[in-house]
Design a protein around this ligand. Structure first.
Ligand code: 5GP
Ligand code: ZN
Length: 117
């Protein structure tokens, strides 16, 4: 499913301002806000304003917006003064994806183990 917004999508509701979020950055194409259940001192989600179910679908249809997510992830990290950080795109329920609107997790502010769980 792709398009401007999807009525039943949680992150589309945040884009439309119908659900509050702690927004840290906004651009013409993206919004970055703090995760409601943070897994690290910095845990920000960077999402496209347009709805795609996951990052791969976004990249296939809107490659410049997919690149915008990565640039915004770096800017979020810079603003939180992170020397190291991790960008995660959970894709599919088996990988932990629970919200099917493409989003980058930006995690940092503590040591991050590898491999991830
Ligand atoms: P996923 O599991 O799909 O990769 O990531 C979804 C993320 O969205 C989770 O880390 C979850 O904590 C976060 N989340 C779910 N509902 C809300 C919400 O209403 N507001 C915010 N800010 N984050 C949310
Ligand atoms: Zn959506």
């Amino acid at each position: 499913m792709a398009g401007e917004t999807q009525g039943d999508c949680l992150f589309c509701k945040i884009v439309e301002g119908h659900i509050p979020a702690t927004i840290v950055r906004e651009t013409e194409t993206t919004i970055a806000f703090r995760d409601i259940n943070p897994q690290a001192p910095t845990h920000v989600l960077v999402i496209p304003r347009v709805h795609y179910a996951n990052a791969a679908e976004l990249a296939a249809a809107e490659p410049t917006i997919a690149a915008d997510l990565l640039r915004e992830a770096q800017t979020v990290a810079d603003e939180d003064k992170l020397e190291s950080y991790r960008v995660v795109f959970n894709t599919g329920a088996g990988a932990g994806q629970t919200v099917f609107h493409a989003h980058a997790h930006v995690l940092g502010g503590r040591g991050l183990h590898w491999p991830p769980g």
